[in-house]
Design a protein around this ligand. Structure first.
Ligand SMILES: Nc1ncnc2c1ncn2[C@@H]1O[C@H](COP(=O)(O)OP(=O)(O)O)[C@@H](O)[C@H]1O
Ligand SMILES: [Mg+2]
Length: 338
């Protein structure tokens, strides 16, 4: 191992995705784009870099890592053998192998995959979340009224979130819960639908601790009024879909300094509450009355150059290359402190 020139391995999943619906594969393949962008940035930062696609099983991957003698890994893996729920197992394996890696710990990846569990933790930290419950299994909290949104409890990338996920009566609610159970084989998280604006805030571990980047807003103003204003699957992934074009992110968001500061400080607090490490993105809705709700913490957000995280770095005038330099330094410092 060469200490002056540590070899950085960029680990990413290169599987055929196995997801609930055939058309929901694009979100699983975007990780390859991220791997390319990150590798290029690391090269530009002056480090030798090796691409480590995870295609077969974990033993095969371990062979690759051993034979290259990489000093650390950049972990971009979002699934194992096409199963997103095993994203955290990959990070846990790196930990057991004593391989330093950038990005969130297995614990945080596992926690944040469970949206309901994360919500209860954030609430225990005094952070505001939309009222919700798991179905089937739990009863609706007192006072929680329609409309509601029904989403798979343990997916991300808007898998399973469509216009009809927003429900206005008990019949539609039960139908959607059954649909989530049938398609995704997991309980549904039913939440109060927060009508209003949507923001997200990228956070990363800078030199002096977690730093919130400029706030992004999903601009719904071009959506017709009769379509639910949500960032559903088509809106997030299909570039030529009308919903994609009508839900473009704006960063920095056109908001008051007061709202910006509140969102940024809540994002840092949420990052700390989930024991975040290196980087994450926190999603918010702000109701028409101005109440802020945290929707979720994304501990493994799309980190490619054309995605929201990089856009937020650019809005803060932080070079993508410098961000990766920081992630490498963070990881190597953890390695030394062990
Ligand atoms: N409680 C809610 N109220 C209003 N919109 C919501 C709510 N929960 C989710 N959404 C919409 O659905 C999208 C995806 O939900 P989210 O919880 O962030 O899951 P994912 O992990 O798939 O991104 C959000 O970006 C938002 O547009
Ligand atoms: Mg989200």
């Amino acid at each position: 191992m060469n200490v002056k020139e540590p070899l950085i391995g960029v680990a990413f999943n290169a599987y055929e995705a196995i997801v609930g619906k055939r058309e929901e594969q694009i979100s699983e393949t975007s990780v390859q784009q991220a791997a390319q962008d990150v590798s290029r940035a690391i090269e530009q930062a002056g480090y030798p870099v090796i691409s480590l696609p995870m295609k077969g099983g974990i033993e095969e991957f371990a062979q690759q890592v051993r034979s290259t003698n990489a000093s650390m890994l950049v972990n971009l893996c979002e699934s194992y053998k096409g199963i997103p729920q095993k994203e955290f197992n990959v990070a846990a394996f790196f930990e057991m192998m004593d391989w330093p890696y950038s990005g969130n710990k297995a614990f945080t990846l596992a926690l944040c995959q469970q949206k309901y569990l994360t919500k209860t933790l954030l609430q225990a930290h005094g952070l505001p979340c939309a009222p919700g419950f798991l179905a089937p299994g739990m009863s609706r909290p007192d006072g929680m009224a329609f409309p509601m949104i029904v989403k798979p409890n343990a997916e991300d990338a808007s898998l399973g979130i469509y216009g009809h996920s927003v429900v206005h009566d008990q019949g539609a609610l039960e139908k959607q819960v059954a649909e989530v159970l049938h398609t995704y084989h997991q309980p549904a998280l039913v939440e109060a639908f927060i009508s209003g604006r949507e923001f997200n805030v990228a956070v990363y571990d800078a030199e002096n601790g977690p730093l919130a980047l400029p706030v992004s807003e999903i601009d719904f103003s071009n959506l017709p009024a009769d379509v639910p204003h949500i960032l559903g699957y088509e809106a997030k992934w299909f570039e030529d879909h009308a919903l994609y074009q009508a839900t473009m992110p704006k960063c920095p968001a056109p908001i008051s300094d007061e709202l910006r500061i509140r969102l940024q400080s809540l994002a840092v607090a949420a990052f700390k509450a989930v024991d975040g490490r290196d980087y994450a993105r926190v999603d918010f809705r702000v109701s028409e009355k101005g109440e802020i709700f945290i929707l979720e913490v994304n501990p493994n957000p799309d980190i490619s150059l054309n995605a929201g995280f990089a856009r937020a770095l650019a809005a803060a005038q932080i070079e993508y290359v410098d961000f990766w330099q920081r992630m490498i330094e963070n990881t190597l410092a953890r390695k030394e402190s062990r």
